[in-house]
Design a binder for this molecule. Structure first.
Ligand SMILES: *Cc1c(COP(=O)(O)O)cnc(C)c1O
Length: 424
């Protein structure tokens, strides 16, 4: 589909967009400027209007029932986490019993590594992408040190190409093959937070499995953004945050995937808590832990109902739409953003480097750009005009047109502002 870079072209595309009405289900920030163009759903997704209703329902049930709300609430708190499993399973391509909503992302990465990073003999090393999100680096390095291993020796980082800032999959696969006798774990971000690069997860998972390693993915920027088939790809584990593309709200609950082949295995070490214990017996408080034979076995505590409630509102919309339809819009909307950026560069005579791969299968809905020499000034003007985007040192602007609530007109308006500020 070729959408003209005109107001009329954008509006026509919005009229033809089957998801256009979902924009009205979300609250856009109002206070910074009259008209806000929101392109940071990759950092903090917007609030679904129904989030407040659901949250208030939980508060009302607490007022009405007190402790009895565990069983009597409209959505009983005892099994609250179960409300998320079917939707999350659809989003990441899993069976419902392979996913569970719990904790925060970094907490979950640690819990999963406790189970799935088991250095033994020569197999001690972890392979990850270079320049990973800092929290992931801290998690990986501290796991190594926890096992008495020096990260300098046991963490293999595949660095991006200094020119393109991207990491070629060939380099990752070659490194996996080269270290195949020493690898305990391959853990990579499915979509890179900085460049927006989406890796061929199936190919890398296959390579890791061939090498005899465990393969885990951080899907912070992938869940709800790109289509995933974690079960089919034979991924061992994954975790993601709920507050980016899934709109669970600040600090909202994370999700994890654990392949069913690892369920009910008593040999897998695990940090245990009562919410992972057999549901029938939980309140008999037996001394010995009997794991639930699903991903729920990794839960520690009872569900934080109020911080989970907003996610339900957003997942209802994901259920209605489905990832394939969302991805279809994402492809055209993201391509439109690329076109608008290229037009702005051409019209202003100011070169822009698009860091994100331009191939659709190598990216989700984020585009990272660098405006040599002028980036900060342009970003500040955009911000003052009500464009909410993300700045990363030294000179990168990250933009995410989110198919669930961004419009073609948003993108068009952004292009107009960008062209103007590039010329200034
Ligand atoms: C956003 C993000 C995080 C954030 O971690 P929290 O534990 O949710 O604070 C971690 N890793 C990656 C790759 C991210 O993109």
């Amino acid at each position: 589909m070729n959408i003209p870079n005109t107001l009329e072209g954008a509006r026509t595309a919005d009229q033809a967009d089957p998801l256009a009405s979902y924009r009205d289900q979300f609250l856009f920030p109002q206070n910074q400027a009259e008209k806000v163009l929101y392109f940071t759903g990759n950092s903090l997704g917007l609030q679904a209007k129904r989030a407040k209703t659901i949250l208030l329902e939980e508060l009302d049930d607490w007022a009405r029932w007190g402790v009895d709300g565990h069983l009597e609430a409209e959505r009983p708190w005892l099994s609250y986490h179960e409300n998320f499993s079917a939707s999350l399973a659809q989003i990441v391509g899993a069976k419902p019993e392979e996913v569970v909503a719990m904790n925060g992302l970094t907490t979950n990465l640690h819990l999963l590594m406790v189970s799935f990073y088991q250095p033994k003999g020569k197999r001690t090393k972890i392979l990850c992408e270079g320049k990973a999100f800092p929290s992931d680096q801290y998690a990986l390095k501290s796991q190594l040190r926890f096992h008495g291993l020096d990260p300098k020796e046991h963490l293999i980082e595949i660095m991006p190409d200094p020119e393109t800032e991207l990491i070629e999959e060939d380099r990752i696969v070659e490194a996996i093959d080269a270290h195949k006798d020493e690898l305990a774990l391959v853990m990579i971000g499915g979509v890179n937070y900085y460049t927006g690069q989406w890796f061929d997860m199936q190919r890398i998972t296959d390579a890791g499995k061939r090498a005899g390693a465990i393969v885990g993915w951080d899907l912070a920027h992938a869940a709800g953004n790109v289509p995933l088939e974690l079960h089919k790809w034979n991924v061992d584990f994954a975790a993601w945050c709920g507050y980016k593309y899934l709109n669970s709200g600040p600090g909202g609950v994370s999700g994890v995937f654990i392949h069913e082949k690892h369920h009910g295995q008593s040999a897998i070490p695990r940090f245990e808590g009562w919410w992972g214990h057999d549901k029938e017996e939980r309140f008999k408080m037996p001394e010995d832990f009997v794991p639930i034979p699903t991903a729920e076995a990794w839960q520690l505590s009872n569900a934080p109902v109020f911080s989970m409630a907003p996610l339900l509102a957003s997942l209802e919309l994901f259920d209605e739409i489905g990832m394939p339809v969302l991805r279809n819009k994402s492809l055209t909307l993201t391509a439109y953003l690329q076109q608008v950026i290229e037009d702005a560069a051409r019209e202003s005579g100011q070169p822009i480097r698009i860091i994100t791969p331009t191939e659709a299968k190598k990216r989700g809905c984020q585009i990272s750009i660098s405006v040599p020499g002028k980036g900060k000034a342009v970003f500040q003007k955009l911000s003052a005009a009500g464009v909410i985007a993300d700045w990363r040192e030294p000179d990168v602007i990250r933009l995410a047109p989110v198919p669930l609530y961004n419009s073609y007109e948003d993108v068009y308006q952004f292009g107009q502002l960008l062209t103007q500020y590039l010329k200034d």
